[in-house]
Ligand binder design. Structure first.
Ligand code: PBG
Length: 338
């Protein structure tokens, strides 16, 4: 190419990328710890934190360590945590009775966190999978092939009232039963829980990316069995209009925030919801999204921190106001190396 070759260009977008200071000025999306919600796993007993093998740097925490983790997260600028109980097999049964145990592990954990870190926003999941022997999110039909909708919703509403009673700020129904947001709103209001918000898992897809989470809470199918099939209640990954329909239903039933889950593979759904509702939109970067970045980084195939930030930025750019992510602490610590 000759030295004199020159394009007659009116636009040279590269002018604004020429230096870091100029790139900073034109940056459109900012990722901040204030946008993040840390999912945390709690276990009974006073033992040591247990590593979750398929989720590097994630631990099942006894209550005391959970409280310490919550305090540190809050001090680092992470405003909220989502708590999940990991119960021993002996506490689980077919119908998830332990979900209504007023002195169960999760409620004890919430009381402790509420007391020690009062300003932190505490979110709990409303679904039966951590409590059932089969790992489904609700009560099964007699032949065990499906989850019964209305009977499950009845339990979920009671569960939400229990959670609100110990000071949970937001309940997050993650079960995908029909009508559960309305039933939970009504039950909360009846019980005086008008200030408890509902973060609805509105568009929760039947995803392959939940595998590591199911290991963490012990809701995976038994070894040697095929993975749990939740397609009669979770959304078909092929369906975009149906996801929006679920979002509108949850909004009309009184949800305060609509959530899309998983996040990265469903950016179009986040974008669609953002454009069609005035409610805040949340996204859940799930265990499998987290694990795949870690796994590639362990092999030296990806840079962990760059891939972490890019994956989260994409979710915000798509329109999420807040993101549940297992990277929350790591991001808030401002780590550029894990
Ligand atoms: C179940 C629930 C799941 C997750 C959060 N709540 C898994 C499932 O539907 O089996 C997954 C979160 C993750 O993968 O990080 N109610």
């Amino acid at each position: 190419m000759s030295e004199e070759f020159k394009l007659e260009l009116t636009s040279r977008p590269r002018r604004l990328r020429a230096a870091a200071s100029r790139r900073a000025l034109v940056e459109e999306t900012l990722l901040s710890p204030a946008d993040l919600i840390a999912p945390l796993f709690v276990v009974d007993g006073a033992g040591k934190p247990e590593a979750v093998e398929s989720m590097p740097c994630v631990f099942r925490l006894p209550v005391e360590q959970l409280v310490a983790e919550c305090r540190e997260l809050y001090e680092l600028g992470v405003p909220a945590v989502a708590l999940f109980p990991c119960l021993e097999a002996s506490v689980k049964d077919e119908v998830g009775s332990a979900a209504l145990d007023g002195n169960g592990l999760l409620l004890r954990a919430v009381r402790a966190v509420r007391h020690e870190v009062p300003e932190l926003t505490v979110i709990t999941d409303i679904a039966l999978d951590p409590y059932t022997t089969h790992g489904h999110d609700g009560i099964l039909t007699a032949d065990g092939t499906d989850v019964v909708n209305d009977a499950t919703v009845e339990v979920l509403a009671k569960m939400a009232v229990l959670h609100a009673g110990v000071g949970v700020d937001m309940v997050a129904p993650s079960d995908m039963m029909d009508g559960r947001v309305g039933a939970i709103r009504a039950a909360l209001d009846d019980a005086g829980g008008t200030s408890t918000a509902i973060l609805a898992y509105s568009a929760k897809f039947a995803s392959a990316y939940y595998g590591p989470f199911r290991d963490a809470v012990g809701s995976a199918a038994a070894a040697g069995k095929p993975p749990l099939d939740k397609r009669t209640y979770q959304l078909n990954p092929a369906n975009r209009r149906e996801a929006l329909r679920e979002g509108f239903l949850d909004e009309s039933e009184g949800a305060d925030i609509l959530m899309v889950k998983p996040a990265g593979p469903y950016l179009d759904i986040i974008r669609d919801l953002r454009g069609q509702t005035d409610l805040p939109v949340a996204a859940y970067q799930v265990s499998g999204e987290y694990a795949q970045i870690h796994a590639a980084a362990e092999r030296g195939w990806l840079d962990l921190c760059s891939a972490r930030d890019e994956s989260l930025l994409a979710v915000k750019r798509a329109g999420a106001d807040m993101i549940l992510t297992y990277f929350a602490r790591n991001v808030a610590e401002g780590r550029s190396r894990a």
